[in-house]
Design a protein around this ligand. Structure first.
Ligand code: AMP
Ligand code: MG
Length: 411
């Protein structure tokens, strides 16, 4: 049965559970997905401190002269507390000495021998940062499912953590099939082309946070296809096969996957480009012994995508179906970001399939527009260059005119 894009995506996501968590040191946690909520163990900042280099004082009017009795430096608080008629030198981030309730910046005093004269009035609480102004002890500062970026890693450090529980990174194996495929840079014989799906799919998978393994192109022979997929299934959580998935006499991918115990979940999506897309799963026995070397854990399902060989189809079907799976495996939100946009050019009717039109987006005075990137054939990979999104155009009997509103999934 041919599924719609949404149905196919639901089938994929229905098979996915997040991978196990592992503790990752903060300096390696950026780009990983959090598998726990993070609760601050203490206040941030932990103590009352100065926002400026200057002098800790009691509020006083301009002209007041104060005796300087000590210094509080960052990491080295003043041993003496502040008395009446006194000031204590204080650095940014240094603890405000006991008794002081304001900090006068160095630019606002005249510094004399052992004393300072206030050049302006100074108000209660000026330039003082209280404990917990950023984060309170016990507060949840980061939530499970968050992709960790620079700020998140910094906040975790402030919250008292040295490691974070993150979902394991999915292992992806890419198997490209085709007798015609030659390595990039190789001279081409008659009927040969340069292999590109291995590269595009690897880059797309890596961008989701996965670790990727690729092999040389696999010839269109049953035994070679079987062996390549068998090896891929041994270590990978997700296998991306490209090409050879159709029903021609030299298409061996589906047959090999069936023989390897991968159960078909769907075959064909009502989509252009990307109709001949196959998806299946294999549940590993709990004592399967696989998973050595950081690969898939026993007891988990392996996901297998048989993606069409046409270069645009391979990328589009990855984005629509494999990408959500790789995000969900990490415990991240698999939902594509969507925007509405106004078509700049008409889209020809396609009665039986939705279209994923590669578009560039532009913000104009009258709203956001989407312009197709150029010729949209499934072999015209240049249509992906500079594409900011896939305009999802539903199947229709009539042309979608310029000016129509479309949903665009950002890529
Ligand atoms: P297939 O799905 O194997 O029938 O291939 C469909 C089209 O995609 C053919 O024109 C292939 O030459 C092309 N193709 C298949 N695999 C790749 C690849 N890895 N890189 C670039 N083009 C490919
Ligand atoms: Mg082929």
């Amino acid at each position: 049965m041919t599924l719609s894009i949404d149905e196919a995506r639901r089938v994929v996501l229905g098979t996915v559970a997040p991978l196990a968590g592992e503790d990752i040191p903060l300096d390696r946690a950026a780009q990983r997905v959090l598998a726990e909520d993070v609760v601050a163990t203490g206040d941030v900042p932990p103590f009352t401190n100065s926002a400026m280099d200057g002098f800790a004082v009691h509020p006083a009017p301009a002209g007041t002269v104060l005796r300087v009795t000590g210094e509080s430096r960052a990491g080295a608080p003043s041993p003496v507390s502040l008395g009446a008629g006194e000031a204590i030198a204080v650095a940014t981030g240094a603890m405000v000495p006991e008794g002081a309730t304001a900090v006068v910046p160095i630019e606002r005093v005249e510094v004399g021998e052992g004393e300072v004269r206030l050049a302006a009035d100074i108000a209660e609480g000026a330039n003082i940062r209280g404990p917990g102004e950023d984060v309170r002890a016990g507060q949840t500062v980061l939530h499970r499912g968050t992709r960790l970026g620079a700020a998140e890693v910094g906040v975790a450090a402030g919250a008292g953590r040295a490691t974070l529980r993150c979902t394991r990174v999915p292992a992806v194996a890419i198997v490209v099939t085709g007798d015609e495929l030659r390595a990039p840079g190789s001279p081409l014989g008659p009927g040969q082309i340069h292999e590109s799906n291995g590269l595009t799919l690897a880059a797309l998978a890596a961008a989701t946070g996965a670790v990727v393994q690729r092999t040389d192109p696999v010839p269109d022979r049953r035994d070679a296809t079987h062996e390549a997929l068998r090896a891929a299934l041994e270590h990978a959580d997700v296998v991306l096969a490209s090409g050879g998935v159709s029903v021609g006499p030299h298409d061996h991918v589906k047959g090999a996957l069936g023989a390897l115990g991968v159960r078909e979940r769907f075959w064909r999506v009502a989509l252009r480009p990307g109709k001949p897309t196959w998806f299946g799963t294999r549940t590993e026995p709990a004592d399967g012994g696989a998973g050595a070397g950081g690969g898939a854990a026993a007891g988990c399902a392996r996901l297998v995508f048989g993606l069409p060989g046409n270069p645009v189809s391979a990328m589009v079907t990855f984005l629509l179906f494999a990408r959500p799976a790789l995000l969900a495996l990490q415990g991240a939100d698999p939902t594509a970001r969507r925007v509405r946009a106004t078509l700049k050019e008409p889209i020809a009717a396609l009665p039986d399939r939705a279209q994923a039109v590669r578009v560039r987006l532009e913000e104009t005075a009258t709203g956001r527009t989407a312009t197709p990137t150029g010729p949209q054939g499934s072999h015209q990979l240049r249509s992906m260059v500079g594409a900011q999104g896939l305009a999802i155009v539903p199947a229709a009997e009539e042309e979608l005119p310029a000016g129509a509103s479309v949903t665009v999934e950002l890529v």
